[in-house]
Design a binder for this molecule. Sequence first.
Ligand SMILES: NC(=O)c1ccc[n+]([C@@H]2O[C@H](COP(=O)([O-])OP(=O)(O)OC[C@H]3O[C@@H](n4cnc5c(N)ncnc54)[C@H](OP(=O)(O)O)[C@@H]3O)[C@@H](O)[C@H]2O)c1
Length: 287
Amino acid sequence: MRVLLTGAKGQLGQSLSRYIPQDWILLAADKVFLDIANESNVYDVISDFKPDVVINTAAFTSVDDAETHIDFSESVNNLGAKYVAQASSKYGAKLIHVSTDYVFDGNSSVPYTEKDTVKSLNVYGSTKHKGELEVLKYHADAIIIRTSWVYSEYGKNFLKTIFNLVEKNKDIKVVDDQVGAPTYAADIANLIINIIKEGTLQPGLYHYSGDTVMSWYDFANKIAAAMTSSHSKVEPISTAEYRAIARRPKYSVLNCDKIEKFGYKRSCFSKGFEQSVRALIDESKKL
Ligand SMILES: NC(=O)c1ccc[n+]([C@@H]2O[C@H](COP(=O)([O-])OP(=O)(O)OC[C@H]3O[C@@H](n4cnc5c(N)ncnc54)[C@H](OP(=O)(O)O)[C@@H]3O)[C@@H](O)[C@H]2O)c1
């Protein structure tokens, strides 16, 4: 199995590199080697490497920065996804593309299904949605996985930010009126690896997230609680008080029934939210 992985230095990229079977031939391409916003770079790498499967995790994921870097966000999240889909299709590679819960506006009170209407509140979400449409247009067999609130041992993410603040005994204020489902990157990686191994999942759009719904404030409390020596005070604040640059959905929960019907379990790798948080905190303490 020849696998081309884009965005290899990101959270999900590093998780995939860690768990992809040793006997697969993996080209883990970071942004320097493969800039997905550069059309000829994309075609050159795919035509040279001739992958059986392309996993596109590359994205401009900084939700607030995207508001002031609209062209850049378009070039990576929309056009980049298009080039990857076109080149993968041209050279006969399957494609697994990763997208986001932020395509929705969060006005629902029940988990979003793949059939629900998309209406993003921010540039990141709307450019990611345009990228989804390009993938579906240019690659007939593509699988798109929408996920949410990704955390891991790698890169920058909410768990690591809170861990570092709590470790320094800083008091923190965390938004309590945005609700979602944190998703461990190793779980998404394991899902993608199993999809490739089994090769039976129908092309199309799928939702996949962790199975525990909470606010960012709840998430921060669980991280602090897992750090037994903490003296930090975690206080709830509203989205309005936090004053982030980009708007975010209040309710960002994905309905994952469709992928579960194909036998893919949630939290398959971490065996549950609490356990994965605790394991990551233990790992971080060793660094
Ligand atoms: N993080 C989340 O909470 C979250 C939630 C829902 C969905 N997702 C989706 O899940 C996927 C993986 O996210 P992640 O958390 O692993 O994000 P991440 O840690 O930000 O990784 C994305 C990687 O893509 C790279 N990249 C940026 N522009 C690129 C370009 N033009 N060409 C190639 N690579 C480029 C980034 O490099 P630099 O860092 O050097 O720019 C980074 O290494 C993305 O599609 C994202 O939209 C993420």
